[in-house]
Structure formats: structure tokens, C-alpha cells
Design a protein around this ligand. Structure first.
Ligand SMILES: NC(=O)c1ccc[n+]([C@@H]2O[C@H](COP(=O)([O-])OP(=O)(O)OC[C@H]3O[C@@H](n4cnc5c(N)ncnc54)[C@H](OP(=O)(O)O)[C@@H]3O)[C@@H](O)[C@H]2O)c1
Length: 303
């Protein structure tokens, strides 16, 4: 008889995400084991518990999800967990700290429904947060010669994100070489007028700043952008007048999405990724893999 599906839900926060737990149960995970406040030193025993309890044929019914609101800490746990696997002694694993991978994947895919990113200029307002960084990483990894501008109140923060994205892709993506690297550019912007100036000649604008912060005021129709995506669901909107529920609607001649408009695809990606974990015991669902899952979902829907 097949063993029940078990998801070990590891979270670096004192209180593990109820959102991530509910999604797992909604997808049909039979047993959810949640561990909060997990430190890197505790990872080995947790992962050994998953790989040494079932025979190799049953390991695909055990999987690990790593979340938490501190993305750097969660990434450290994700890397540490993978180091515990060897040979067939492994289980599938997914990383989605604070939903940044699933949200960024959905945002990029929503945009790609309307515009080909080849040789375009993309501006990410509030681009230094987890979601903005992952959007930059996904687009950079596509190697489409897209210029990606990372906006921040402090230029050094944007420069640090660029360094992190390039380092990360250099290590994790064998197809990534610096000569294929699209232009990643930092931009300092504090006021809506500065944001408008930086975004004025963008083809695509992502507003990925903190909840409740307006980045572009009502002058945004002056930009040449054909797609604008605001990921902030908390009023006021990140882009004035783009309601959170907007989903691919044309406003002032431009395609617009709000956070809930992108959220539908984000939820489908998250659920499909959890299902994928139980297809085999060797899945590693990082930013790029999660984007690929979303791309397949989107391609299926378009067929
Ligand atoms: N739709 C969904 O399913 C979904 C899921 C997850 C998140 N979200 C939303 O996506 C957005 C991005 O999430 P995140 O976690 O990456 O955001 P975050 O880390 O909270 O903020 C992103 C960036 O915003 C800038 N920022 C913070 N406070 C600011 C202020 N008062 N004025 C101007 N800039 C400010 C900061 O950049 P600098 O300090 O470098 O300027 C920060 O790095 C949020 O609005 C979040 O609520 C949506």
C-alpha cells in the first residue's frame, strides 16, 4: 500500500506561515509536519528524518517545503537541506520564502502573456525586496538581452541586488555566462517624479515595493510602457489607479495587473509545485524551476 504523502514544512520564523500550510493541505498533502524557528544547525537532523524513514521507492511520498519571511535565512536553510542528500537518499524540496518565488514567477509570466521580453527595457520599482529580486533573476536567466533596471531609494542597495543576482545565476545556472548577461542597471529613486523619470522609457514596469507605498502617481500614462504590473495589494496602490483586482485590463492604452490579478496564477503555480514534489524524490524547486512550472501551466492554458 502506498505510504501517505508527508510534507515537512520548515520555516525560519517564530510562527510558521499559515498560508503555506493551508496551500499544502488544500493540494491534498496527507500529513503536514511544521517546524518553526528553524536554525541552520537543526537542518541536518530534520532532513535525515525525512530520508532515512522510508525505503527509496517510497521517498517520493515525503517532501520538504522551506519558507519564512526572512529570505536570506530561508535560502540558507534551503542550501543546507540539499547538502544532506546523497545518492538515492533524497526527497523533493521547494523554496518559497514569503511567496517570493511563486509571486515573481507569476508576475513575469503575466507580463509575457502580452509582450515578448527580447531586447526590452524592464523597470522594477522597489526592486530590492524579495519579490523584485526574484523578478530580476528570472528575467536575467531568460537571456533575452532585456535591460533590467532595479529601483531603490539607495543606489547601493540596488547595486548589491545586482551582484547577488549575478552571483546566484553564475553558481546555479550552467547556461549563464557573463557575456549572455543582459544589462542589470541600478537606479536611485525616492519621489514619484524620480520613479516616473526612470520608468518613462520602460517597456514593462513592475511595482514590487513594500505594501501600501505608492511608487508611480497618476502621471504614469506618460510612460511608454505597454505593460504595468503592481504587486502591492495594500492601499494605496503602488501604481496610482491600478486596482488590486485588475487582471490584464487595458487602462489608458496599457495592459495592467494588480496584486490579486497576478495572485490567481501565483496560487496555481504554488499548488502545482506542491503536487510536483510528490512525483519523484529528486525535485529541487528553486526560483527557476518554479518559473518553469508556471510557464508550463500558462502554455497548457493557451493550448
Ligand atoms: N500578489 C501576491 O501574491 C504577493 C505575494 C507576496 C508579496 N506581494 C507584494 O509584493 C510586494 C513586494 O514584496 P516584497 O516582500 O518583495 O516587498 P518588501 O521587501 O516589503 O519591499 C520591497 C522594497 O520596497 C522598498 N521600500 C520599503 N519601504 C518603502 C517606502 N516607504 N518607500 C519607498 N520604498 C520602500 C524597499 O527598497 P529600498 O529600501 O531599496 O528602497 C524594499 O526593499 C509587496 O507589496 C507585497 O505585499 C504580493
Amino acid at each position: 500500500m502506498a505510504k501517505p504523502t508527508i510534507l515537512l514544512h520548515i520555516d525560519c520564523d517564530a510562527q510558521a506561515s499559515s498560508f503555506d500550510a493551508i496551500v499544502a493541505l488544500d493540494v491534498g498533502v496527507q500529513q503536514l509536519i511544521t517546524r518553526s524557528n528553524v536554525q541552520p544547525s537543526q537542518i541536518q537532523s530534520l532532513i535525515h528524518g525525512t530520508i532515512f524513514t522510508r525505503g527509496p521507492a517510497d521517498l517520493k511520498n515525503t517532501a520538504v517545503f522551506i519558507g519564512g519571511s526572512e529570505v536570506a535565512e530561508s535560502d540558507t536553510l534551503f542550501a543546507a537541506a540539499q547538502k544532506c542528500f546523497f545518492g538515492p537518499m533524497r526527497v523533493s524540496i521547494m523554496s518559497d520564502p514569503n511567496g517570493c518565488n511563486t509571486t515573481a514567477a507569476a508576475a513575469v509570466l503575466a507580463c509575457q502573456r502580452h509582450i515578448n521580453l527580447d531586447n526590452r527595457r524592464v523597470v522594477i520599482l522597489g526592486g530590492t525586496g524579495p519579490v523584485g529580486q526574484r523578478i530580476a533573476q528570472i528575467i536575467t536567466a531568460l537571456n533575452l538581452n532585456t535591460e533590467v533596471v532595479i529601483g531603490s531609494r539607495r543606489i547601493e542597495r540596488a547595486q548589491a541586488v545586482i551582484k547577488r543576482v549575478v552571483n546566484h545565476l553564475g553558481k546555479s545556472d550552467s547556461n549563464f555566462t557573463s557575456d549572455l548577461q543582459p544589462q542589470l542597471t541600478p537606479a536611485a529613486l525616492i519621489s514619484p517624479s524620480e520613479a516616473l523619470a526612470v520608468a518613462s522609457n520602460a517597456d514593462v514596469i513592475f511595482s514590487a515595493g513594500a505594501a501600501g507605498v505608492e511608487f508611480l502617481d497618476e502621471r504614469w500614462p506618460e510612460t511608454q510602457a505597454s505593460v504595468l504590473i503592481d504587486l502591492n495589494a495594500v492601499p494605496p496602490a503602488g501604481i496610482a489607479g491600478i486596482d488590486a483586482t485588475t487582471a490584464g485590463t487595458e487602462i489608458n492604452g496599457k495592459i495592467c495587473y494588480g496584486a490579486i490579478g497576478v495572485g490567481e496564477l501565483k496560487m496555481r503555480i504554488h499548488k502545482q509545485a506542491i503536487r510536483r514534489l510528490f512525483e519523484s524524490n529528486d525535485q529541487v524547486l528553486d526560483t527557476q524551476a518554479i518559473y518553469q512550472i508556471g510557464a508550463s501551466l500558462q502554455a497548457d492554458k493557451q493550448c
